[in-house]
Design a protein. Structure first.
Length: 724
């Protein structure tokens, strides 16, 4: 009970913090059209220099700290307008009504690059309509443990999948003139105590697991902003970590945008500026004129240390057209039916059908006269996890409303809340007499949120309810509303059908009902491994024992106040053994494997062939590619989509490598009986690993297995490639 009180307090304070800003107080940004007096046909770098030369030191420093919780200050004298940010990856959280999308992990479960593009474009249109120029997303932190409170906000356990799906999202948002902010760099893989826990990670693990999604977002997505995380990484706060913000991000990856801090995450002045920090949010606590002036007077900083971040900001704002357009673009709606349709399309493809014994689903509307819908989650269906990613859904469609709408008037729908007590006799009878029973379980946005981690198990009363309903009705379907995998072992054998429904935004309930009744053929695939037992995860050996245990002390203010306590190390001792890399390498049987998801039709993969079966490593390092071609056929009776997944195995290597690694995927829609040929490109990065002895990526000569399947555990075809 006390935990709930703390969580509620945190949620209230996070909302209060956000609402404290102009943006969240329900105000609408005023139209404005302030443009600096420069020749806008000049290159962005040139205009940035022209403005920089005109700025006083005070004006420069003024630009390095935010205001109103979500804005970068204007410089009136030079007609530099205020630049507004908003959270974030599932929609425009601030500035009144917006379309609420499925959360990022649900977007990832679609494995559909086109949908990520459409979602990004739609969210960016609403940004432009509202006057927002910086979207504080997407988040791409790796799903290291199943109980991170913010797993819902990221794109799963595999760095290749997360990076590949971040690309279309970033390109679409930035195509609309809105800056994306890839976050939280780096190793913020738990919110248990995000200010205090020092992520201790070896170089190879960083390079192969925790950096790649960010590197892809920078190099192939072209993100113009990166947000540093709260936590220290290998002993240095991310916000002043030169290794992260300069050596890796800029020197190694060529990042040329700006680094924005997470909110209240600087701990000094000189460190961040020397490390590569450009902008302190939500306001300058450390990058203040007074502090900076003192350090300049002491010779610890020079004006050049200030010019660098200001130049990054100015150049990016000119480059993205922010300094050459009105604040708002009224050609776009702030929300609309069309936008909501994109949210629904994404939700439809996110749902993962995990179990469907005797083809209980899809339900046959003609044969169904009575459905029992049980559980509070059916009526109050969580649409997003708690915290800064949560978009207020206007008129959200709950699972119960979705079922009622899709089933139609001919079907009697009996809703039983069954929240705290056992079913009454009449409720039991209602369930027994129903043709099917749908039990909706999962977490609220208070129990699954930023600022703290979550429980591995479902709430006890929900697990008990599943068993109780399954005992009363043999045709029980469970819908799971959460951003992560959960414990299912204690009840799974008792139910014939299970759907992972994530947090699906404003249209989620409709999408769930459409899958239940078969108007949508599910095509989602798990972006993470679901285990039978908590202890099956290698990573939890190096994590906290009670992730959902909360304490006021650790949560003083939603962001935590590190000065009240000392830093604690969290060793990423599992190294590369994250998710399926561990389960497949160490032969641990998952409950449901990475990449898994059932369909109402069936598919056959065949005829895998490689454009070459032998190639010198030198040709790969020179940029040559290998084409892997596979035939896929819809062998069932109805149209559907399948995700062709390509994994690479390096059986012999000088350093130990995971059993397999995802290196390609494509989602394909096929009519019954239809076949298609899919070609996936393999390059140096498909075979290379990071040799931390040599400090570089290498691909070693030898035989590699190229494997194609529809999950990490269901490989249909293999081919051998010899690297010379
Ligand atoms: C929060 C989050 C970050 C968000 C920012 C602004 O603490 O960590 O993801 O964008 O503050 O709300």
């Amino acid at each position: 009970m006390f935990d709930q009180l703390i969580k509620q307090t945190v949620q209230n304070q996070m909302s209060a913090d956000a609402n404290s800003s102009f943006a969240m107080s329900g105000n609408r940004l005023e139209d404005s059209h302030i443009v600096p007096d420069v020749d806008h046909s000049l290159p962005a770098e040139k205009n940035a220099e022209i403005i920089l030369q005109q700025m006083t030191l005070e004006e420069k420093v003024n630009m390095l700290g935010g205001e109103d919780n979500l804005a970068i200050k204007a410089t009136e004298r030079l007609k530099l307008p205020k630049v507004w940010c908003s959270d974030a990856s599932a929609g425009v959280r601030c500035f009144q009504r917006a379309t609420a999308f499925p959360v990022p992990i649900a977007m990832a479960a679609t494995w559909n690059r086109n949908l990520l593009d459409q979602a990004g474009e739609t969210i960016a249109k609403e940004c432009r309509a509202k006057g927002v120029s910086i979207l504080l997303g997407p988040g791409v932190n790796i799903y290291r443990v199943p109980t991170c409170g913010r797993n819902f906000e990221y794109m799963g356990e595999d760095p290749f999948l997360a990076g590949e799906l971040a690309i279309p999202y970033i390109k679409a948002v930035q195509r609309m003139g809105v800056i994306t902010t890839v976050k939280h760099f780096a190793c913020n893989n738990s919110d248990y105590d995000r200010h205090r826990i020092n992520s201790k990670v070896d170089e190879r693990t960083l390079q192969e697991i925790y950096y790649p999604a960010f590197k892809t977002a920078v190099q192939r997505g072209g993100t113009k902003s990166v947000m540093s995380s709260y936590n220290p990484v290998n002993g240095s706060w991310a916000s002043e970590n030169h290794e992260l913000l300069t050596r890796i991000l800029r020197d190694e990856w060529g990042f040329d945008g700006f680094v924005i801090s997470d909110w209240i995450s600087l701990y000094s002045t000189e460190g961040p500026l020397k490390a590569g920090m450009d902008l302190e949010m939500p306001k300058a606590d450390f990058l203040t004129f007074k502090r900076i002036k003192e350090l300049i007077n002491k010779g610890r900083l020079t004006e050049k240390d200030i010019d660098r971040p200001v130049r990054n900001l100015l150049k990016t704002f000119f480059e993205m057209g922010i300094y050459n357009r009105p604040l708002k673009d009224h050609q776009y709606p702030e929300y609309s039916e069309e936008h909501s349709q994109v949210s629904l399309d994404t939700a439809r493809e996110a749902i993962v059908l995990l179990k469907n014994e005797n083809n209980l689903l899809p339900l046959n509307r003609e044969a169904i006269t009575r459905i029992a819908v049980v559980g509070k989650m059916a009526k109050e269906t969580t649409t997003c996890g708690g915290g800064s990613c949560c978009i207020k859904s206007f008129e959200p469609v709950s699972i119960l409303e979705g079922i009622r709408a899709v089933a139609g008037d001919s079907v009697e729908i009996n809703y039983i809340e069954a929240d705290l007590n056992r079913l009454t006799h009449s409720e039991q009878k209602m369930v027994e007499e129903a043709d099917v029973a749908v039990v909706a379980v999962g977490f609220t946005s208070q129990d699954e949120s930023e600022c703290y981690d979550k429980s591995w198990e479902l709430p006890y009363l929900q697990s008990r309810l599943i068993k109780e309903i399954a005992a009363l009705n043999s045709k029980t379907i469970v819908t799971l509303t959460t951003g992560t995998g959960v414990e299912t072992e204690s009840w799974l054998t008792q139910v014939p059908a299970l759907m992972h429904c994530f947090f699906l935004g404003e249209q989620g309930g409709k999408a769930v009902a459409e899958v239940l009744f078969g108007s949508v053929n599910p095509s989602g695939k798990l972006p993470f491994t679901m285990a039978k037992k908590w202890a099956d995860f290698e990573s939890v050996k190096y994590y906290v024992k009670k992730p959902d245990k909360i304490s006021v002390f650790r949560i003083i203010g939603p962001q935590g106040k590190p000065k009240f306590r000392r830093i604690r190390d969290m060793e990423y001792g599992e190294k590369l053994m994250v998710g399926y890399r561990h389960f497949d390498t160490n032969r641990v049987t998952p409950q449901f494997p990475f990449g898994f998801g059932l369909s109402f039709t069936s598919f056959e993969l065949s005829q895998l062939s490689l454009s070459e079966t032998s190639i010198p490593v030198s040709r790969l390092t020179e940029g040559d590619k290998i084409a892997a071609t596979i035939k896929i056929k819809n062998t069932g009776q109805r149209a559907g989509s399948e995700v062709v997944q390509l994994y690479v195995k390096d059986p012999e290597s000088s350093l130990p490598r995971p059993d397999k690694e995802l290196k390609g995927f494509e989602k394909v829609h096929l009519l019954p009986g239809e076949s298609k040929e899919i070609t996936l490109q393999l390059d140096f990065s498909s075979f290379a690993f990071f040799d931390d002895n040599k400090g570089q990526w290498i691909a070693e000569p030898g035989e590699f297995q190229v494997m194609v399947g529809n999950s990490s555990r269901n490989i249909a075809e293999k081919a051998i490639l010899k690297l010379g």
